[in-house]
Design a protein around this ligand. Structure first.
Ligand SMILES: Cc1cc2nc3c(=O)[nH]c(=O)nc-3n(C[C@H](O)[C@H](O)[C@H](O)COP(=O)(O)OP(=O)(O)OC[C@H]3O[C@@H](n4cnc5c(N)ncnc54)[C@H](O)[C@@H]3O)c2cc1C
Length: 384
């Protein structure tokens, strides 16, 4: 069976896969990965396609789509039916947001702030997904994965995964050897969640100022899980950060660039008002700060809708009109009209169109502020 990646990615771009395997069980996924590796065939493992930009020429190899689902509370000593920690196992192909909805419905606290992130559960540890003051490393206890190097199913603890900001050992394993797939193919993830006492309303502390304001509570206040989920989904929708087929602002990979982490000395070279948050130190002890990619993009003159001929332009803004007057990439790709961090397909865009807009933004930020922006999605078969 052959499929086009544009039918399986949230940006709706990408050419055909030479071979496509729909893995409906863990065993089918492992067998397909083993077979591709044994044949020396390039392998790409696909979940929801919400962090993938595949070349227009497609993939000369096997794409294994993780299509198996399931969420269950694991039996644990002492946890029984009372309050306390429970461990929930989610199959790799389960839609992440459906798993989050399930935990909220079952009164289990821990992932409610990660509501609305598109894609599969199995991909969440790959880049340690996060939003609104939470990330998956805070709750992930361990995962089961097929280790392609060892040829067997293994269990990795949170410690083994060496999580970082939008990073893990799984992600690094593909970047380091240049392969389009990681060494470990995630089969299921185990999350430690908290069950409220019988009769008590399940709540969680709000750890993000913007979310606290939306909920009209102080940061740190306990709020019901259902309310957190509802407000996170509303905030995300207002920024085009939940998938919606009817809204081109969501035809993206979400945030295209990560927030740059740079030596603290870089901060003084930036204009006053540029957000910077302490981000620890590097191996040599140099203090680091995390900058806001959205702020840098906006202040370098790349506003909402950049790339569209009719986008509102402020004085000094970069020209997003292409040579034919129809927009930088023929008007087919642009920054979201709701958020400067997302590069979107306006309909009919190719991967190259999306990258054309992303390159202009990356180069413009470098020229204006001297800061390198790094892309968040996995780019396969082409480069930014
Ligand atoms: C509108 C929108 C909003 C978003 N908001 C956020 C956000 O708030 N925070 C955030 O962190 N991300 C966000 N993202 C990015 C994306 O949703 C996450 O990175 C998500 O976890 C990707 O899941 P996926 O299944 O779609 O991954 P895919 O795109 O299918 O795959 C991404 C990478 O992971 C690998 N992979 C996939 N499944 C597995 C597996 N089972 N085992 C090993 N490797 C695997 C793939 O090979 C690929 O390299 C957003 C994306 C969109 C479109």
């Amino acid at each position: 069976m052959s499929e086009r990646l544009s039918d399986h990615t949230t940006t709706r771009v990408g050419g055909p896969a030479r071979a496509w395997v729909e893995a409906r069980t863990e065993a089918e996924a492992v067998a397909a990965v083993r077979a591709a590796d044994a044949a020396g065939d390039p392998l790409f493992v696909l979940g929801g396609g919400s962090n993938t930009l595949m070349a227009d020429t497609g993939f000369e190899g096997t794409v294994v789509h993780m299509g198996f689902t399931g969420v269950e509370v694991l039996p644990a000593e002492g946890a029984a039916d009372g309050a306390g920690d429970v461990v929930v196992r989610v199959a790799a192909g389960h839609v992440w947001d459906e798993a989050v909805a399930w935990t909220v419905e079952h009164g289990l606290a821990g992932v409610e702030a990660l509501s609305g992130i598109p894609g599969s559960a199995g991909a969440t540890p790959v880049q340690n997904v996060g939003a609104y003051g939470a990330d998956v490393s805070q709750v992930l206890v361990s995962l089961r994965a097929f280790d392609r190097a060892a040829g067997q199913v293994v269990e990795l603890s949170a410690e083994d995964l060496r999580f970082g900001y939008r990073d893990s050992v799984i992600k690094r394993s593909m970047l380091e050897d240049g392969s389009p797939s990681p060494r470990w193919i995630v089969l299921s993830i185990d999350l430690r969640l908290r069950r409220a006492e019988e009769g008590a309303e399940p709540t969680a502390p709000v750890r993000y100022a913007q979310l606290a304001r939306a909920l009209e509570v102080e940061e740190g206040a306990d709020v019901s899980l259902a309310q957190v989920r509802e407000h996170v989904l509303a905030l995300r929708a207002s920024k085009g950060m939940v998938s919606d087929a009817a809204d081109h602002d969501t035809w993206s990979t979400g945030s295209y660039f990560t927030n740059p982490i740079v030596p603290a000395t870089v901060r003084v070279t930036l204009p006053e008002g540029a957000p910077a948050f302490a981000a620890g130190t590097d191996e040599d002890g140099t203090p680091l700060v995390k900058l806001s990619a959205a702020w840098l993009i906006d202040h370098a003159g790349y506003g909402k809708g950049f790339g569209l001929p009719d986008a509102p332009r402020r004085e000094g803004d970069a020209d997003g009109t292409g040579p034919d007057g129809r927009g930088l990439a023929g008007g087919r790709a642009s920054l979201s009209t709701k958020h400067t961090l997302a590069v979107t397909n306006r309909g009919g865009a190719s991967t190259e169109d999306v990258l054309t807009v992303a390159r202009a933004v990356r180069d413009g930020v470098k020229a204006r502020f001297g800061v390198d922006l790094h892309h968040e999605p996995m780019i396969i078969g082409t480069r930014l």
